[in-house]
Design a protein around this ligand. Structure first.
Ligand SMILES: Nc1ncnc2c1ncn2[C@@H]1O[C@H](COP(=O)(O)OP(=O)(O)OP(=O)(O)O)[C@@H](O)[C@H]1O
Ligand SMILES: [Mg+2]
Length: 463
């Protein structure tokens, strides 16, 4: 933990350095506010002790200035015994604690213990909240196909290595995101942050300041120091999604981070070492991008220290129904439905369809179907048109067999004296319902109409 002491009294600085230095703190000290602020900017200490009476700028002003640069650091204000007013003013200006002079080393220890305890509890709370949202482990990655099992096994292994850079490749919706999270959560870095940024969602300058941060005054709008994501993720993982989209200039900067494991804030003069694992992902063909001179070869090789290829869903047909069942259970809970299974026709379609949007598309299809279905199973009727349309074979077959029934069955030939179509419809409805033992879905199927149409016709005929 880094501590900065700003006090013009040499004895005070010396005693902080000696006492806290012996306890393993890294102590920096400054005689004036200006000096202190300079050190603060370079070192970003965790705790800053600021004396009230300083030459030139007063303690309270220093508090305000530091607070303006960093909203998170802990500032302890030191004030002479009895000057409660000043202490209150300091707290209002952004100090986190105050301590009355003269104080003993024991008091310093207590205050630092309290600060650490607070930080620990805060971190715990944060972790807890995060866990609920993002606690994705390999247990939540579903799949029984050889292809996915191999990938899961590989990912678990690589997760355990300290900082190996990982490149996740796969079509949209194949699970790059979920794998990146699972790898982080399964690694020794899991108690530190997992920060993710979509490289294609921000314009270049914004992406740069997000990743690298900036010093106060680095540009017109830089009113406060801002740490970049690489710094924020210290000890943890940075997930760079859609890496194929970054500009040539950003590629050079990223290459530097990977090679030297350090970052420099925009407008900064010092290189800050970072201990991070980088996981990059893309659905683009990077080799093609390299051939087209859009992506740097050297960066590609730095990224693919370990490459994981996520197979598209159509190449692991075994997983489709397994995933479908998993999502049905998930959406049953969400929408309070009780869907138990997928009917055979729908199963067949699921296995034939090519799923260009992969697992995400399957998940969306199931979500929609679960919302639409009111019975215990999922049917072809609740599948979106694009799936049915992409399967002309299945649809035509269905239409043809229905046509065949109508055309070839003598029961359907029009009698010479004619017939009341309305009465015929009523009869057919009755028979279908009887045959289907009043199961509307089955009855509708027997008549080649949707359940909604069946319901409407039942009402019309007062059945
Ligand atoms: N094997 C799996 N088991 C369970 N859920 C999965 C699996 N693979 C993907 N999913 C789910 O499918 C959806 C899409 O996955 P994800 O966002 O990880 O894909 P992606 O490869 O990052 O896609 P994109 O390239 O579009 O960003 C998510 O809701 C994810 O939880
Ligand atoms: Mg993704």
């Amino acid at each position: 933990m880094k501590v900065l002491v700003i006090d013009d009294e040499k004895l005070i600085r010396w005693s902080f350095e000696k006492h806290l230095g012996a306890r393993g703190y890294k102590v920096f000290s400054a005689e004036t506010g200006e000096q202190g602020i300079e050190i603060f900017k370079n070192e970003i200490p965790d705790v800053i002790f600021i004396d009230n009476k300083l030459p030139n700028i007063q303690g309270i002003e220093v508090v305000k200035k530091i607070r303006a640069i960093d909203g998170d650091c802990v500032i302890v204000f030191m004030t002479a015994y009895g000057s409660i007013d000043t202490a209150v003013k300091a707290m209002k200006s952004g100090a986190s604690e105050y301590i009355n002079k003269p104080f003993s080393n024991k008091e310093i220890d207590l205050i630092l213990e309290r600060i650490k305890e607070k930080a620990r509890r805060f971190a715990e709370l944060n972790i807890l909240q995060k866990k609920q949202k993002e606690d994705i482990t390999f247990d939540q990655i579903i799949g029984n196909s050889t292809a996915i099992k191999k990938v899961i096994q590989l990912s678990k292994k690589i997760a355990k290595t300290e900082a190996t850079t990982i490149l996740l490749l796969g079509e949209s919706g194949t699970g790059k995101d979920i794998f990146a999270r699972a790898i982080h959560n399964c690694s020794t870095r899991n108690h530190k942050s997992f920060v993710t940024i979509n490289c294609s969602s921000l314009p270049e300058t914004l992406l740069e300041s997000e990743l690298f941060g900036y010093e106060k005054g680095a540009f017109t709008d830089a009113q406060k120091l801002k740490k970049g994501l690489f710094e924020i993720a210290e000890g943890g993982t940075v997930f760079l999604d859609e890496i194929g989209e970054i500009s040539p200039a950003m590629q050079v900067k990223l290459l530097n981070v990977l090679e030297n494991r350090q970052v420099r804030r925009l407008g900064g003069t010092v290189d800050i070492p970072v201990n991070i694992r980088i996981i990059a992902a893309t659905n683009q063909n990077l080799e093609k991008a390299i051939a087209e001179k859009k992506f740097r070869n050297d960066l590609y090789y730095r990224l693919k220290v370990f490459q994981i290829d996520l197979p598209p869903l159509r190449e692991r047909i075994d997983d489709i129904l397994l995933l479908a069942d998993y999502f049905i259970k998930e959406f049953n809970i969400l929408f309070q439905k009780k869907i138990k299974y997928i009917d055979n026709e729908a199963k067949k379609i699921f296995q034939q369809y090519t799923w260009p949007g992969n697992v995400r598309e399957l998940k969306n299809v199931i979500e929609r179907a679960v919302i639409l279905e009111n019975n215990g199973s999922l049917h072809i009727e609740s599948m979106p048109q694009e799936i049915l349309a992409l399967l002309p074979g299945v649809q035509k077959q269905k239409e043809k067999s229905f046509q065949d029934k109508v055309l070839n069955n003598t029961d359907f030939s029009l009698p010479d004296e004619g017939i009341s179509l309305i009465q015929l419809e009523k009869q057919l409805l009755k028979q279908a319902l009887l045959k289907a033992k009043n199961n509307q879905t089955k009855a509708a199927k027997l008549l080649g109409i949707s359940r909604d149409t069946l319901r409407y016709k039942k009402k019309k005929h007062n059945l």
